[in-house]
Design a protein around this ligand. Structure first.
Ligand code: SAH
Ligand code: SF4
Ligand code: F3S
Length: 508
């Protein structure tokens, strides 16, 4: 068995069988993934472990060396990068943005769609020559793609210069794997197909004024198109006291905004067998902590219960923004996607949320061109978008993922039709965005200032409680502070405005 007990893995990595690759003169430590194994949902208990991940003899190994991590995936993936950065810096490594001066480069990958994977293989192509010029460079591939056996096989065959492959369940083992790669001088492959324990006290490198906090790992929803339940394992919730302690600590450190992370945050707590404590309970407790803004992502419509709506309606630091992925407006398509709600149920939920929080901003994810999606079914998505009037949305063309049920469904929608549907959907969404932003003309909104805008250093950029982007002129000393901005020129993607006089006067 892989994963379940870390002791097993620890032993097997240090003294594990090294299988010789027949046509190469080096051997590799080989613990590859299996999607079939990853699909299983066992009853075995997940332990919570509170221990240090950095072995004593690894605490200085990075001294004088630099690292670079490229992140390809979602917020969860980015947060994993923060954990790996934390570990590497505890080992003495320093960060760099320059590939040429890096001694360790890690690609933290995403498997959600084919184009995400293509980007990683493209990057590996570029890195090959770098590795040839600097053989001491340690190259690692981790994240969701590493959980797929086809990817691991392809890397071993076509990108054999990679030094380490590890997955999403064992990032805490990075120090040990680096050691193995340095001293063993052979490709280290350690991917657990089954999730391991929850490791609580890993270091995390957080920058800026916003922080992510994982509240749970994994997903048990198994939407038929989605690879995540295979790459991230079964649903496991962190204990409430650990989540709350982390948030209190971030509050003490002065973070202004915290986003609670999970693939399906509404499932939080469903795996506890000793306490009755749900996501709504957690939000109600987080509400009492002194952090100005709390967000969460992503919530699944199926488990969005009345208690949660009631708690969110208390507002305070719980912001008026809900990301509620719908995927399709057709009950028939939703059924084939195994989303476990109908169009009607979704609209009913949206109605309840809007009644409880009238100024709520709703955003969503939509897939077009799911296998068998007819013109009429796509039109149902368009009409749902018109009815809900989302503030914005992430839209995707369906991408078949190996090993998922939808990959075996007949994909009879021509590529051109998929593209046209995506274009029409995006045009509609943009039009609604523009109209909704127009309603903010003349209104004064609270903005958390992030800093200079990326495109114009004379302009400051920040976000409203509802996560809308605001640009306005003001002194850069305002970065990290809350100010009020009157919206003068709303556009589709950005609200342009003017800093109110009192806030401008506060800065000397
Ligand atoms: N857990 C989140 C989604 C995470 S993935 C949720 O259920 O809401 C983010 C988005 O990627 C999904 O909402 C979906 O719209 C999209 N997606 C996932 N798998 C996909 C696939 N195979 N092809 C196209 N888009 C996909
Ligand atoms: Fe994927 Fe569905 Fe889980 Fe979201 S809820 S991660 S779309 S399986
Ligand atoms: Fe991608 Fe994995 Fe996130 S597949 S979207 S990085 S959970």
């Amino acid at each position: 068995m892989q994963g379940g007990s870390d002791e097993l893995n620890k032993d097997s990595t240090i003294s594990g069988t090294k299988q010789a690759k027949s046509d190469k003169d080096y051997s590799i430590y080989f613990q590859p993934p299996s999607l079939k194994e990853a699909k299983k949902r066992g009853k075995e208990d997940v332990q919570v472990r509170y221990e240090s991940a950095i072995p004593d003899d690894m605490k200085t190994i990075g001294k004088g060396r630099k690292y670079l991590i490229r992140t390809f995936g979602c917020q969860m993936n980015e947060h994993d990068t923060e954990v790996m950065m934390g570990m590497l810096e505890e080992m003495g490594y320093e960060p760099t943005e320059d590939k040429l001066e890096a001694d360790v480069i890690l690609l933290n990958t995403c498997a959600i769609r084919e184009n995400a994977e293509d980007k990683v293989f493209g990057e590996l192509g570029h890195l090959k020559s770098l590795k040839q010029e600097k053989p001491s460079l340690l190259l690692g591939v981790c994240g969701c793609m590493s959980q797929e056996e086809s990817v691991v096989n392809r890397i071993m065959q076509k990108h054999a210069f990679v030094d380490i492959i590890f997955g999403t369940h064992n990032i805490h083992r990075l120090p040990v794997l680096i050691k193995e790669a340095y001293y063993g001088k052979e490709m280290v492959v350690e991917v657990w197909s089954k999730e391991g324990d929850i490791i609580e006290n890993l270091p995390k490198k957080r920058e800026g004024m916003k922080a992510w906090v994982n509240i749970m790992y994994g997903c048990d929803k198994f939407c038929t198109y989605c690879i995540v339940p295979y790459t991230r394992g079964k649903e496991r919730s962190r204990r409430p006291q650990d989540v709350l302690a982390e948030i209190r600590d971030l509050a003490r450190k002065g973070f202004k905004e915290i986003t609670l992370l999970g693939q399906n945050v509404n499932a939080y707590g469903k795996d506890f067998d000793d306490i009755d404590y749900s996501f709504a309970d957690l939000m109600d407790d987080v509400r009492k902590i002194d952090v100005p803004r709390i967000r969460f992502t992503t919530s699944h419509p199926r488990d969005f219960d009345d208690h949660l709506i009631e708690v969110l309606a208390k507002r305070g630091n719980l912001v008026e923004h809900i990301h509620l992925p719908v995927q399709s407006g057709s009950t028939e398509v939703l059924k084939r996607m195994s989303r476990k709600y109908s169009r009607e149920l979704y609209l009913e939920l949206v109605g309840k949320i809007k009644r409880a929080i009238p100024d709520v901003m709703l955003t969503t994810d939509i897939i077009v061109g799911f296998p068998g999606e007819t013109d009429e079914q796509f039109e149902e998505t368009m009409s749902l978008v018109r009815e809900v009037r989302y503030d914005s949305a992430f839209t995707f063309i369906y991408s078949p993922r190996d090993g998922t049920p939808a990959a075996d469904m007949e994909d009879n929608v021509p590529e051109q039709v998929k593209k046209e549907r995506l274009t029409r959907l995006n045009e509609l969404l943009n039009q609604i965005s523009r109209e909704k932003n127009e309603q903010l003309r003349g209104q004064t909104v609270e903005v958390l200032v992030e800093g200079e805008s990326k495109t114009n250093p004379d302009v400051l950029s920040g976000r409203t409680r509802t996560n809308k982007l605001v640009h306005f002129r003001g002194p850069k000393e305002l970065a990290g502070r809350f100010v009020h901005v009157t919206i003068t020129e709303p556009q589709t993607w950005v609200l342009k405005g003017e800093l109110v006089a009192e806030d401008a006067a506060r800065v000397v």
